[in-house]
Design a protein around this ligand. Sequence first.
Ligand code: PEP
Length: 255
Amino acid sequence: MRTSILAANWKMQKTVSEAVRFLEAFLPLVADADAVEVVIAPPFTALGRCGEELEGSNVKLASQNVNNEEKGAFTGEIAPAMLRDVGCSYAIVGHSERRALYGETDAFIAKKAGALLAAGLLPIVCVGELLDERESNRTFDVIGRQLAGSLAEVPVERASEVVIAYEPVWAIGTGKTATPEIAQEVHAFIREKLGEAFGSAGKDMRIQYGGSVKPENVYDLMAKPDIDGALVGGASLDPDSFAKIVQFEKQGVAQ
Ligand code: PEP
């Protein structure tokens, strides 16, 4: 049985005081959400304070990025142990914005995922196709290649700890969500690839969907058998909206 994981990716948004105000409103709203896992990924500057606010709560902390090195002359970078030190349980790696804007490759993402596991943190590894890749029927090739490359340093015995986020790039921040059927088709493909790579552990790996998830569409997406959660950008910035997403069961069928 895979526990659904709903994660907020705030990207480069919210000062420390804005993050604290969010948590003050949000935590009481989700205090009884014990059947799902809830994760917040603030910007680096707010991680420490959010870590303090989340102590003893049912919400976990994630970073939006990490470096694979342990320490040293890597100006501007943050090591896995530093994230643990401020209370992180997870780190997002390979987000499409980092792939597209900062040239991150599958090999670099693989090193980050491996370093996170070695340091006792759990990676959320993002994959997803561009619009032209979908339109030219290359979605499965692209996702297959990203998975093989980005998971290359995950040992089989640790695979079940890794979360995959399928985020079709054309659906991120555009208001265009993949239909639940389109998302499920790719999630089923990802599940098959995880099985080939990791055997039975692949069945336990959670696969989130990301791309314009909101309270109005989350229920139908989550109803699909291979969708085990959501990675949410825009709709996670508001405490009421993200709380509704966390409580997707209450949102009911197609609104
Ligand atoms: C994201 O960036 O991970 C994301 C899914 O953003 P949005 O929900 O705004 O599409």
